[in-house]
Design a binder for this molecule. Structure first.
Ligand code: MUC
Ligand code: MG
Length: 373
């Protein structure tokens, strides 16, 4: 039997409305923009992937527009005509000619995995060696910018049993105002919830020394990326003195970053993101570095829609231990989806399909309605 060949790669920018503004230290999202990748093969199989970021260029080095331009001009010509069933060979071919661009790379790797899974009749988790669970606990991010509204939102999530872990986005307001906001939310929720913060690099080290101390003393379970990803020695010092564990997020822009953070002792938890490592297989290499170094794991998100969220989930359900659970809630932030069946969230967990590939089908009508022209 001849090998299936990659015939066409299409990248589509999709703008989707969100349930409310989502306020991060560096940007307030009023909508979310996804880049959907369709990889068509000569055997009639189509793989789908997603390469999504937050706030244009506010968060990472790639924007939706640059992701699309680079896939169209550089990734697609390298892959056209290649054996679609050999994911190692395809990704190594890209490695030789393309530096960085982990978001675009992740979307392509996801699409190749989806296609191969559909071809073999296997879920992506099984292509990655096999799942050890069927669902993942999912945190919710409180980021309305208003304390009373955040508490009401958390109470509602507890009531409907959708989330009992809450991550608060801070770092944009003055330090004391942020600390008051977080402590008030923790007091209101008490032992009923795990409360964590993501500073998104918003503090300098002098602020972080006080911030981490106060938050640790007030029952906050985890502090994500308190200072600049560039300040490595500051991260090492904070990791040694903070009473609450420090998680690296923006600091990890590649698998190699994960290795050097582990070698330096700059964090005790890693946020795993397929987009920042180059795909579901690449993120598992970062997980292996963490496991070897005794660093705990957390399943992160770039607020992808259903496709990117399930590509992440299929990788995360193969891991032995995800001590800090996940934040794979991206689809729940959107009021519209572009797949026929939305991912299932129930009893605090995201349930990962056992159908072939990622387990998703694009909804052509919705895709046509929301794609950018
Ligand atoms: C980040 O920095 O972790 C994940 C959840 C959220 O609200 O923002 C993202 C990005
Ligand atoms: Mg973060």
């Amino acid at each position: 039997m001849s090998s299936p060949v990659i015939e066409r790669i299409e990248s589509i920018i999709v703008d989707l409305p969100t349930i409310r503004p989502h306020k991060l230290a560096m940007h307030t999202m009023q909508q979310q923009t996804l880049v959907i990748i369709r990889l068509r093969c000569s055997d009639g199989v189509e793989g789908i992937g997603e390469a999504t970021t937050i706030g244009g260029l506010a968060y990472g080095n790639e924007s939706p527009e640059s992701i699309k331009a680079n896939i169209d001009a550089h990734f697609a010509p390298l892959l056209k005509g290649q054996d679609a069933s050999n994911i190692n060979a395809c990704m190594q071919r890209l490695d030789k000619s393309i530096k960085g661009n982990t978001f675009a790379r992740s979307g392509i790797e996801s699409a190749l995995l989806d296609a191969q899974g559909k071809r073999l009749g296997l879920p992506v988790s099984e292509l990655l060696g096999g799942r050890v669970r069927d669902s993942l606990e999912v945190a919710w991010t409180l980021a309305s910018g208003d304390t009373a509204r955040d508490i009401a939102e958390a109470e509602q999530m507890l009531d409907i049993r959708r989330h009992r872990i809450f991550k608060l986005k801070i770092g944009a307001n003055p330090l004391e105002q942020d600390l008051k906001h977080v402590v008030a939310i923790k007091k209101a929720l008490g032992e009923r919830a795990s409360v964590r913060v993501d500073v998104n690099q918003g503090w300098d080290e002098s602020q972080a020394i006080r911030g981490c101390q106060v938050l640790g003393e007030n029952g906050i379970d985890l502090i994500e990326q308190p200072i600049s990803r560039i300040n490595r020695s500051g991260q090492v010092r904070l990791n040694q003195r903070s009473p609450a564990p420090i998680m690296a997020d923006e600091s990890i822009e590649s698998v190699a970053d994960a290795f050097s953070l582990a070698a330096d002792g700059a964090a005790s938890i890693f946020a795993l993101k397929i987009a920042k490592n180059g795909g579901p297989r690449a993120v598992l290499r970062t997980a292996q570095i963490a496991e070897a170094a005794g660093i705990a794991l957390y399943g992160g998100t770039m607020l992808e829609g259903a496709v990117g969220t399930l590509a992440s989930a299929h990788a995360f359900i193969t891991l032995e231990k995800l001590t800090w659970a996940t934040e794979l809630f991206g689809p729940l932030l959107l009021t519209e989806e572009i797949v026929t069946e939305a991912p299932v969230y129930r009893d605090f967990q995201l349930h990962v399909p056992r159908t072939p590939g990622l387990g998703l089908t694009l909804d052509e009508e919705r895709l046509a309605r929301f794609r950018r022209h």
